[in-house]
Design a protein around this ligand. Structure first.
Ligand SMILES: Cc1ncc(COP(=O)(O)O)c(C=O)c1O
Ligand SMILES: [Zn+2]
Length: 380
């Protein structure tokens, strides 16, 4: 029933092994044959688990779920054009990371693991902490010191042990890796089971569009958990003959921390060293994306591109979205700022899907801080 394969040395492992990387240190991918019994799927509850035969968890009794997913996909007008907006800020912990956490922690339960470690800019930590709480699994979360206080409260109140790490996001990653020498690393970027959850984004979008693929998707990208998950999902639907093509994937980065954007524009295969600056988009401020090469290949293969947006564009988009009634966190406004840029190139009949990834209530301090500027339009 599927296997894990090393992306460096091609070594294969059973899905029942308690590992998250290859013995050679390489990243693991999952090779699994999904099935899409569409008539059955249609009759099931509106959650991401309606695609049960496409998710590599053996026993139903191991599923850790809050009934998440199948978030609304609604038409929203952007500069005179209609975009289909997936409302993934409406997940139980307030971000799309619940897709990955539900599948990964279900797998952790299936493997009989009692302790997990995760590092995050905040939202993945919130999700792993909540699903670990339901599974009664001990959880340690590492976050950068300046993570939004709302996310810190959420992690701690879920019963996880919180470790605030001074320095960069990469310093936080290194601290978690050290702890993962002892406990299982439930990492959203390393662990391949996380992507088996985020791929349900593609399934839902296609089903909600009447089992067809959009022409393009505009998604945020830091470590690429949504971007790569969506790519895997669309590929699986293509192989199953359900859709005829994979959409163009547009990845949005913060201009203050845009290693993938730079690599793509300069035609590099490896991720360049960058000097990241502070950005409002804390969720996508990843200077060294572990799956960087895979992300570049996925975007290239889909005939997509990268878009970079600066903090003033993020603020402007945040104001616009909030005024439409979508209360999202600044990281999500980076996506919509990128979307507005993308739509400047006219393509009348194109079906465009984008996504709201995180709820505004998670970042109240940041929202209050930028409120005066947004009201006065000072830096906008
Ligand atoms: C709200 C929000 N949007 C988008 C992302 C980007 O996810 P990734 O780094 O996996 O590309 C994150 C990651 O933390 C996030 O919190
Ligand atoms: Zn290997």
């Amino acid at each position: 029933m599927g296997k894990m394969i090393c992306t460096e040395c091609n070594r294969e492992y059973s899905l029942e092994e308690k590992i998250w990387k290859c013995a050679c240190g390489g990243l693991l991918d999952i090779d699994f044959q999904p099935h899409f019994p569409i008539d059955k799927i249609r009759q099931r509850k509106p959650t991401m688990w309606r695609y049960r035969e496409a998710i590599p968890i053996s026993e139903d009794q191991n599923i850790i779920s809050f009934g998440e997913g199948f978030t609304p996909l609604i038409p929203v007008e952007f500069g005179g054009k209609i975009v289909w907006m997936k409302q993934d800020h409406l997940f139980p912990t307030g971000s799309y990371k619940d897709r990955g956490a539900s599948v990964l922690i279900s797998k952790v339960k299936e493997l009989g693991i009692q302790n997990v470690v995760e590092d995050s800019s905040g939202n993945a930590g919130c999700a792993i902490a909540a699903y670990s709480a339901q599974a009664q699994i001990k959880c340690q979360i590492f976050v950068p010191q300046d993570t939004s206080p709302g996310k810190l409260a959420q992690i701690q109140l879920s019963g996880a042990q919180l470790n605030k790490i001074p320095g960069s996001r990469e310093d936080t990653g290194r601290a978690a890796l050290k702890a993962a020498a002892k406990d299982y690393y439930a990492s959203h970027s390393w662990n391949p089971f996380f992507f088996q959850g985020t791929k349900t984004f593609a399934f839902e979008v296609c089903e909600q569009l009447g089992w067809r693929s959009p022409d393009s998707i505009v998604v945020p990208v830091g470590n690429g958990t949504l971007l790569l998950g969506a790519y895997i999902g669309f590929q699986e639907l293509l192989k199953a003959g359900i859709i005829q093509r994979v959409p163009r994937i547009m990845g949005v980065q913060s201009a203050h921390c845009a290693p993938l954007y730079r690599a793509f524009k300069e035609g590099l295969r490896e991720i360049p060293k960058i000097d990241p600056q502070n950005t409002l988009a804390e969720g996508i401020a990843i200077a060294e994306p572990i799956r960087g090469r895979q992300i570049l290949e996925a975007v290239k293969e889909s005939r997509g591109d990268f878009i970079a947006v600066d903090d003033s564009e993020i603020k402007k988009s945040l104001r616009d979205l909030c005024k439409k009634g979508f209360y999202i966190e600044p990281t999500s406004a980076a996506t919509t700022a990128g979307l507005s840029k993308y739509l400047q190139v006219p393509n009348a009949d194109e079906i465009v899907v984008s996504v709201l990834t995180g709820h505004g209530l998670k970042a109240t301090e940041k929202m209050l801080k930028i409120l005066p500027e947004v009201n006065q339009g000072a830096t906008i």
